[in-house]
Design a binder for this molecule. Structure first.
Ligand code: MF3
Ligand code: CO
Ligand code: CO
Length: 278
């Protein structure tokens, strides 16, 4: 059984019910998500061979402070960084470090900023200079799978429709979908109900309603879907060490579809790949 609650009157904890947000909340999400997207736009000029992920993380912190927002990951469950930086076979939650990026790497940078308790969570892949065709294809398929998930969001559909759209497309392109991590409700909480699986069937999961806000953040691998978490307790890698990619948007369900809050203000949602609206 799923219950739905008005976001404004709901307690600020995840009690299993799915919050429904009003027009004012959508406006707050637009604001914070556009700051996150602008940061991700700025990273495109920073990320090149020789740059460390520590420097990337510093940019994310400083960009946030310059814009009056704070990274939600700083101190989150003991996490100590302003971003996650996941390179090549790292699936997600890679921790920034002093190792320089090198030509051919693909790196995901995942940023969540908070403003007055509102969370804007988004990530993109950045090719480091020239990358192999197989890597570029993985990025293209992963972003397209996110768009296909977004395309089925509307009131009356179930969360499983998102998973089915992503999985069907990804597997038709011979990529696998990671099962161990999912999208999540977002807004007044960083990680809220519902879980948004990136695989499954359209008939599964709670029904989408106008006012729900959540992330969609598929992780696709070139090889098998299986993941392990390293001894640092955070870094998730593919078991077969195959390349992995992820893009993430925050969306809000509208009367007849959804609004994507984290779209790039400059149209650079897929850095290093051709702009889709060009
Ligand atoms: N931003 C990630 C997500 O998309 C969560 C990162 S939590 C951290 O949900 F602690 F690893 F930073
Ligand atoms: Co997220
Ligand atoms: Co994220």
């Amino acid at each position: 059984m799923v219950t739905y609650v008005d976001a404004a009157s709901a307690p600020l904890k995840n009690d299993g019910s799915i919050r429904l947000y009003d027009a004012e909340a959508f406006e707050r999400m637009r604001q914070i998500c556009q700051i996150t997207a602008a940061c991700l736009d700025g990273l495109a000029d920073i990320i090149k061979p020789g740059v460390t992920t520590e420097a990337v993380d510093r940019f994310v912190l400083e960009f946030g402070l310059d814009h009056g927002v704070v990274p939600a990951t700083l101190g989150y469950r003991g996490y100590k960084y302003s971003s996650c930086t996941s390179i090549n076979h790292v699936v997600c939650h890679g921790m920034p470090n002093a190792k320089p990026l090198k030509e051919g790497d693909i790196v995901n940078v995942d940023v969540t900023y908070v403003l007055d308790g509102w969370h804007g969570d988004s990530s993109r892949m950045y090719p480091v200079s020239e990358i192999k065709r197989a890597a570029e294809r993985l990025l293209e398929v992963t972003y397209e799978s996110l768009l296909r998930g977004i395309a089925v969001v509307k009131p009356g559909a179930r969360t499983g429709a998102i998973g089915e759209a992503i999985q069907t497309y990804a597997e038709s392109e011979r990529c696998s979908v990671v099962r161990d991590f999912c999208g999540h409700g977002v807004g007044r909480l960083f990680h809220d109900t519902p879980n948004i699986l990136h695989y499954g069937h359209a008939g599964e999961g709670p029904e989408l309603k106008e006012g729900m806000i959540f992330t969609i953040e598929p992780m696709l691998n070139i090889g098998k879907p299986h993941v392990k978490v390293l001894n640092d307790g955070w870094t998730a890698v593919t078991r077969d060490r195959s390349l992995s990619a992820q893009y993430e948007h925050c969306v809000g369900v509208t009367k007849d579809g959804c609004e994507v809050f984290t779209l790039s203000p400059g149209g650079h949602d897929r850095p290093g790949l051709p702009d889709l609206n060009a």
